[in-house]
Design a protein around this ligand. Structure first.
Ligand SMILES: [Zn+2]
Length: 224
């Protein structure tokens, strides 16, 4: 069986986390998310991990070459031999180039870059409608899963708040960053024939079915 080497792209709120969980369960791929990997490298005290720690402890952004080093190191581990699912990497064209070069060196290739698409307005509606209860963190949505008593948790009656991260202006800022950083990557992978688009506004199970069908086709083509 050929390797399944995947990148997951998409705006916040498009369901990347859900699809990543389903894909890793289906195919036993390690889910390699940049933040988690940096934390793990720091805990394992690898050379690069310790370097990343210096920046993180100082509250600074970890430089590109350190992030690249940590991720590429991770792709070389045993559990990533049959494939991987990258999430949050690459974020820049430099990172994409570094990834491409490393895969080529190892005579590996990217299977596909999966883009979960959702318009800004859909993302804003999904995220800014979230409300969380003060007591236990139960999650509601004003439009899709409203509480029975407005402003109060169904389970414990405590008040519902909007997290700062979920405020519309915060979400719009994150989307602006996403578009600036990611749009060049979308073209980059599209030009290389690796981009596959999925409608992130569809129910998660439908999106998942569509991704599986696409991957099955890609693997058939590869094995021909
Ligand atoms: Zn609650």
């Amino acid at each position: 069986m050929s390797e399944l080497n995947l990148i997951l792209l998409g705006p916040p709120g498009a369901g990347k986390g859900t699809q990543a969980a389903l894909l890793t369960a289906d195919f036993g791929l390690p889910h390699i998310a940049t933040g988690d990997i940096l934390r793990a490298a720091r805990e394992e005290q690898t050379d690069l991990g310790l370097l990343a720690k210096k920046y993180m402890d100082a509250g600074e952004l970890v430089p590109d070459e350190v992030v690249i080093g940590v991720i590429l190191e991770r792709l070389g581990s045993d559990d990533a031999r049959d494939g991987f699912l990258l999430d949050g990497f690459p974020r820049t064209i430099d990172q994409a180039d570094a990834l491409g070069a490393r895969l080529e060196e190892g005579e590996r290739r990217l299977t596909a870059t999966l883009l979960l698409d959702a318009s800004d307005d859909v993302v804003v509606q999904r995220i800014s409608g979230r409300r969380v209860c003060r007591k236990e963190g139960h999650v509601y949505h004003l439009d899709f899963d409203p509480p029975k008593n407005e402003g109060h948790c169904d389970i414990d009656g405590s008040e519902l708040d909007q997290r700062d991260d979920d405020r519309e202006d915060t979400v719009r800022n994150r989307l602006a960053v996403y578009h600036a950083q990611t749009e060049p990557l979308i073209s980059y992978y599209d030009e290389r024939g690796l981009l596959r688009r999925f409608d992130g506004t569809r129910p998660p199970a439908d999106v998942h079915d569509h991704i599986r069908a696409t991957l099955a086709t890609l693997r058939l083509e590869e094995d021909l």
